[in-house]
Design a binder for this molecule. Structure first.
Ligand code: PRP
Length: 171
């Protein structure tokens, strides 16, 4: 397997800082909950909320569709539910990547019924050409081609999440 750099740590930092500032400007005045989708979004979410200039509460949800496979099984299971009361709050769902769109659609539909005044979505990476269901995120770090990427939270069979940059994994 070959690993080549797609986005360096410096490029990631710059883009995530921009996103944090943009989100703070757009959502100022709201009581905000950043809902991190475990596990892949942990690193992006941690950097994103620290780039924001407003108060933000943190919560977590975990869904799984991939198991140890490279391709989505198509069935999304909720493994961990959020804990905070979302009524009257703005919720920002934070993902590491939108690929088929199945995970984000499932999380979005689930959160929509919890009484939030507003549900927004942020994804570090977006792979629009791989969609099986239509989904448009409000905030996107980088739009990429249908290639398998690892690092900055993204795994292959649970490996590589801790690589601080984004790399393309190829045969
Ligand atoms: C990955 C990723 C997204 C989802 C994107 O999660 O973190 O949640 O797949 O793919 P999709 O758009 O095709 O649904 P995964 O289920 O592998 O869990 P993980 O975050 O723990 O790696």
């Amino acid at each position: 397997m070959a690993q080549t750099t797609l986005y360096s740590r410096a490029v990631i930092e710059k883009r995530v800082t921009e996103l944090g500032q943009q989100i703070s400007a757009d959502l100022a005045g709201n009581e905000l909950i950043a809902l991190c989708v475990l596990k892949g979004a942990v690193f992006f979410c941690a950097d994103l909320v620290r780039a924001m200039s407003m108060d933000v509460a943190l919560d977590f949800i975990q869904v799984s569709s991939y198991g140890n496979q490279k391709y989505s099984s198509g069935v999304v299971t909720i493994l961990k539910e959020p804990q905070l009361d979302m009524r009257g709050k703005a919720v920002l769902i934070v993902e590491d990547i939108i690929d088929s769109g199945l995970s984000m659609r499932e999380v979005f539909n689930y959160i929509e019924n919890r009484g939030a005044t507003m549900v927004k979505t942020a994804t570090f990476l977006d792979k629009p050409k791989s969609r099986k269901v239509a989904f448009h995120a409000d905030y996107v770090g980088f739009t990429i081609e249908p290639q398998f990427v690892i690092g900055y939270g993204l795994d292959f069979a649970e490996k590589y999440r801790n690589i601080p940059e984004v790399q393309v994994l190829s045969e």
